[in-house]
Design a protein around this ligand. Structure first.
Ligand SMILES: [Zn+2]
Length: 351
């Protein structure tokens, strides 16, 4: 704490006699001493007050200790009022307000994070204390950004960023720098967590913050690059297959976040493509049934379309079918393998 003083102009006063010239004509001024932090003009609280009597004739100052208590009280009432002291608490009030605001936003952010973790979505960002996962780190290597790349049932597939951050707050800066929108930012390796594992990480504060972009943006910055949407793009040579233009249209709609109904239109396009037996369209349609995007979640439909694509020996669809089926009590994998071998697809060679 540091201290400063402010002077109150006061008024004319006739009840003190000047010890030098004998004049009764004085001006009484008030001085408030206050404490401040950093900024002198933002007082935190008043410390003391005193009165100064200045002779109007010879400028001699009479100290308040030389004045009787009754006269001092009178002068005090004339000079000081409650109103003058309120601004002297401004610093403390500001501090309390700032702390309250900080606590409030912090609590809101915490609640939001927990909500995002308990109902994850593709493209959610996690701020991670990476020391939980490995001990083989250098002292400054502590925090990482992670992103959700896939959700199938309650298995969340996450990829970690390749950049380490030294302080917790640096991950937020990493996000708002926009570097995460580059395809190279995230490591290729995928990690799978169940929902309960994620919630446990959240509880331990390993996952200390979760954020969900809207329209591919966070904090006013694009954080999801175009090619980050979880869709299967066919290679160029299949571009003229039946159903290929519809699939292409679906992908374009999926990326057209500026349209209100882009997901629905993507779904319709993928459906047309799938019905034309285009395997990429079938896989993308299944993906929409699994994520419940634009249509209510329907695992049976998803499995049906994955099976159609699998029968064409399409290994991403086979892998996905096996994964989804494994989590579905009513799904029979043996049946699926049988179906595949009937149409001449050897699944083990395709994976
Ligand atoms: Zn005088």
């Amino acid at each position: 704490m540091e201290y400063s003083e402010s002077t109150i102009k006061g008024c004319e006063f006739y009840e003190v006699t000047c010890s030098k010239c004998g004049s009764n004509y004085h001006r009484v001024k008030g001085i408030i001493k206050y404490a401040f932090l950093f900024l002198e003009y933002v007082p935190c609280y008043p410390v003391s007050r005193k009165l100064v009597f200045e002779c109007r004739d010879c400028k001699n100052k009479t100290d308040s200790s030389a004045v009787s208590a009754a006269i001092l009280k009178k002068a005090d009432d004339l000079v000081f009022s409650m109103v003058q002291f309120i601004p002297k608490f401004m610093g403390i009030l500001l501090l309390i307000f700032a702390l309250g605001f900080w606590a409030y936003t912090n609590e809101q952010e915490n609640q939001r994070s927990t909500q995002y973790v308990s109902s994850p979505k593709v493209n959610d960002f996690y701020h991670i204390d990476y020391r939980h996962f490995t001990e083989a780190l250098r002292p400054h290597e502590k925090y990482k950004i992670a992103r959700v790349f896939d959700i199938t049932d309650d298995i969340v597939t996450v990829r970690f960023g390749s950049v380490f951050y030294r302080y917790k707050s640096n991950t937020s800066q990493g996000l708002s720098s926009g570097q995460v929108s580059s395809a190279q930012y995230f490591e290729k390796k995928e990690y799978q967590f169940s929902l309960s594992e994620l919630l446990a990480l959240r509880q331990k504060n390993v996952l200390y913050k979760a954020e969900r972009p809207t329209k591919n943006m966070l904090h006013g910055v694009i954080v999801i690059g175009k090619n980050h949407i979880n869709i299967k793009q066919p290679p160029i040579e299949t571009a003229y297959f039946p159903g290929a233009p519809e699939n292409k249209k679906g992908i374009a709609f999926l990326q057209a976040n500026y349209l209100i109904d882009n997901d629905t239109r993507a779904f319709d396009a993928f459906k047309k493509s799938a019905e034309l037996n285009f395997k990429y369209g079938q896989l993308n349609l299944a993906e929409m049934y699994l994520t419940g995007k634009a249509v209510s979640r329907d695992v049976t439909q998803a499995l049906y379309w994955l099976e159609q694509a699998s029968k064409q020996g399409f290994s991403p669809a086979i892998k996905k079918y096996i994964f989804v089926c494994g989590k579905e009590p009513t799904c029979n994998l043996d049946n699926f393998y049988q179906q595949l071998s009937q149409v001449g697809v050897n699944y083990s060679l395709n994976i």
